[in-house]
Design a protein around this ligand. Sequence first.
Ligand SMILES: Cc1cc2nc3c(=O)[nH]c(=O)nc-3n(C[C@H](O)[C@H](O)[C@H](O)COP(=O)(O)OP(=O)(O)OC[C@H]3O[C@@H](n4cnc5c(N)ncnc54)[C@H](O)[C@@H]3O)c2cc1C
Length: 373
Amino acid sequence: MEAYQQSPAPEMAGGVWKRVVVVGGGVAGSLIAKSLQFQADVTLIDPKEYFEIPWASLRAKVEPTFAERSLIYHKDYLTNGRLVLSKAISISNSQVLTAEGRLVTYDYLVIATGHDDPLPKTKSERLKEYQTEHERIRSASSVLIVGGGPTGVELAGEIAVDFPDKKVVLVHEGSRLLEFIGPKAADKTLEWLKSKRVEVKLRQSVDLNNSSEGNNTFITSSGEIINADCHFVCTGRPSGSAWLHETILKNSVDGLGRLKVDENLRVKGFKNIFAIGDITDVREIKQGYLAQKHALIAAKNLKVMMRGGKEKKMASYKPHSIKVVVSLGRQDAVAQFPLTTLIGLVPGFIKSKDLFVGKIRKQLGLDPRLVDY
Ligand SMILES: Cc1cc2nc3c(=O)[nH]c(=O)nc-3n(C[C@H](O)[C@H](O)[C@H](O)COP(=O)(O)OP(=O)(O)OC[C@H]3O[C@@H](n4cnc5c(N)ncnc54)[C@H](O)[C@@H]3O)c2cc1C
């Protein structure tokens, strides 16, 4: 095993900076790394050279150039920190071990490995993937979507709006769509999809082992045969905590694969290890804008600790009530707020045109409109 050579950060203003290692360059990890880079010696560990705004990936399948702004090179916002392009596979109480065998030493560790999607390492490979997926959709007359959670619903909306002539079938094994939010939102979404001629089959699954895109035939659990020229599996993203199971944090992972945190967003029982974003067991809906709030609270608390401040000066995180917007194509959306559920152009105005891409770019200090090359 090779010890990773941590040379001093390029623009250290004086004094000795603490080494903060952030594992996971997603919504939460990118923001905390960016926020701390001029007050700490920051290393970001992520297997990709870019941060991808997860919910923009559905639009990118129907409009591949959309991904040029929603795939953001880590180096563009992390201008004063280090990047290790690898997966973390283990940790001790002072080091992170990466898949390539590097040991990265930390004073403070932030775990932000929300979901573990197998994505290509480079932005150009990811853009090519979108081009291929777009071509598959464009050349198909019929598309099957498996899974009626937010990913399946948003993809069905994108295809139904951009390619109204294609037959779209969505199969979901639950009794209603969007089970992570309320039944009213599910009913309204079902009506919207039907109005766009999307065929929704509930309480059924597709046996993907006995189906094949080669002969365009898929069989559902009730024996129905669906003919589709291409299919997309949208059945949830795996949790990014499997790598922690044999580590010092093995008892900190709950049955859902989430890290148990205290009100300061530190892993319970560990003074110098924080966890933020979807990986935490914070009792609230898992959303990117909340992952960002975690990042900002944890950044504040890290600054207090790095200055040697008292623990009571640290900020507490209060779980938020539900606020979710699921886009339905380019103009409409369904939104659930604490007291109401809305569908149509009004919630669509909040999310569906730009999918918050400009907003996220701005938060990372980048031009909201520009494409990175
Ligand atoms: C279809 C859909 C629509 C959504 N719409 C919205 C919305 O409108 N608004 C909203 O706020 N939220 C939305 N969300 C939720 C949002 O995407 C998540 O809450 C958010 O991505 C969580 O951020 P995170 O940083 O915790 O994890 P992620 O964004 O999943 O990032 C995890 C990062 O960790 C990396 N990683 C994983 N394992 C390792 C490892 N072992 N070593 C190193 N790196 C690792 C990954 O490569 C990734 O970069 C949506 C989600 C979906 C699926």
